[in-house]
Design a protein around this ligand. Structure first.
Ligand code: SAM
Length: 245
């Protein structure tokens, strides 16, 4: 396969999704172990907090966007008795891994489907709540994604997004981005023979508007009670908001 240029693709609204898709296709088989290693195991806690923040009653329909191999979707399913968790991802390779886990564990209140966040095949106001982990940074148009999320969310429903973010302190931010460049490039080279595979993380993070601007975007899209919870001085963040009644 022809190697795509990282900068050329991720800076273009037209080309970014093509790059993101081929990269996650390559990563899919090692995604679970890489995520645990690269976050020193902290990813589990961030995802658990995200699910806890929903304060579920158990009867809701919850959509987990860009679900990947299904970590958040399954965690949601564990909290739902009569309700259901729906995992959606643009890549069939990710959905296949998630679906295999679902079958192996005989889980009946979780369902997966393949679709694009920017063009979701759901009716308006279909879900009580919506979550996503490491999704907004990867889509070519965040405003459009938030618009679509608001469309399929029920009035009163909450949206929560976990992602890498921008530490407020400039020196710390510079150190963090460079740490990600060095460790990401090394991991990409060692695991895939290609430093760009995980150098995508810091490069996409530089282009990502960050937690403060994502909150402003959510405000512009009509979400209320918006805010964010930061981890490690802003290296990771959960953005949240509610669709007004
Ligand atoms: C870093 S993984 C996150 C997986 C999972 N949410 C987690 O937290 O472990 C990002 C996922 O976003 C998916 N993705 C990227 N662009 C997408 C889009 N436009 N619509 C839906 N999924 C998308 C990728 O296929 C990939 O599985």
């Amino acid at each position: 396969m022809l190697k795509m240029n990282l900068q050329e693709h991720i800076t273009s609204k037209q080309k970014k999704q093509v790059y993101v898709d081929q990269m996650f296709e390559k990563i899919a088989p090692v995604y679970d172990s890489f995520t645990v290693l690269f976050s020193y195991g902290m990813d589990r806690r961030w995802k658990r907090d995200l699910v806890n923040m929903l304060d579920l009653k158990g009867n809701e329909r919850v959509l987990d966007l860009a679900c990947g191999t299904g970590d958040i979707t399954f965690a949601l399913g564990e909290r739902l008795n009569t309700g259901k968790a729906f995992g959606m991802d643009i890549l069939q390779a990710m959905i296949d891994i998630a679906e295999n886990k679902r079958k192996a564990n005989n889980i009946s209140n979780v369902e997966f489907c393949c679709a694009d966040i920017l063009n979701m095949p759901f009716e308006d106001s279909s879900f009580d709540h919506i979550t996503c982990g490491y999704a907004l940074r990867n889509v070519p148009d965040i405003e459009l994604a938030l618009n679509q999320i608001s469309r399929v969310l029920k009035p009163g429903g909450r949206f929560l997004s976990l992602d890498f973010s921008h530490p407020g302190n400039k020196i710390y931010r510079w150190l963090y981005f460079n740490y990600l460049i060095v460790t990401g490039s090394l991991a990409g080279y060692l695991i895939h023979g290609d430093p760009d595979v995980y150098r995508y993380i810091p490069e996409s993070l530089k282009l990502y508007p960050g937690q403060r601007n994502v909150q402003k975007m959510m405000d512009r899209q009509g979400f209320v009670d918006t805010g964010y919870r930061e981890y490690g001085g802003g290296v990771m963040t959960i953005n949240y908001g509610t669709k007004p009644l």
